[in-house]
Design a protein around this ligand. Structure first.
Ligand SMILES: [Cu+2]
Length: 137
């Protein structure tokens, strides 16, 4: 009686399988559907910012364009953003990444004041706020 002593070439099969696993590796997760597509523009015209109050969602980029013959600037009251002196048709952009109310003015004409309100849009889903359970009086 003979017992067949067969060797199986399993090493090469294993190698191939490993290669396939590595190759079929990473699936990119499809997210990123929530992008701010709208443009937010403010004209600097007749020595004023138009509109004087602009509501934008968080992440919005606001672009100012000087439509006057005079140079104007866009200076945040909180030092968040600062443009150089804008000549006619020059633009300045800033992206608002945090909710809040941002007042700004023109440093050449400090009476020119305006406001950007970030994060006020009604249709955005806000994280639910749970009441603080740790209230101690
Ligand atoms: Cu000005």
């Amino acid at each position: 009686m003979k017992i067949a002593n067969r060797k199986i070439g399993s090493a090469s099969v294993f190698g191939l399988a490993l290669g396939l696993i590595l190759f079929s590796g990473v699936h990119a997760s499809a997210g990123d559907s929530e992008k701010v597509a709208a443009k937010y523009e403010i004209n600097i015209q007749d020595f004023s910012f138009q509109p004087m109050t602009l509501n934008v969602p968080v992440g919005a980029t606001v672009t100012w364009t000087n439509k006057d013959e005079e140079p104007h600037t866009v200076f945040s009251s909180d030092d968040m953003f600062k443009s150089k002196a804008l000549d006619t048709d020059e633009k300045f952009s800033f992206t608002f990444t945090k909710a809040g109310t941002y007042k700004y003015f023109c440093s050449v004409h400090p009476k020119m004041v305006a406001t950007i309100v970030v994060g006020s849009s009604k249709n955005k889903s806000e994280p639910m706020k749970t009441d603080e359970t740790e209230k101690t009086n």
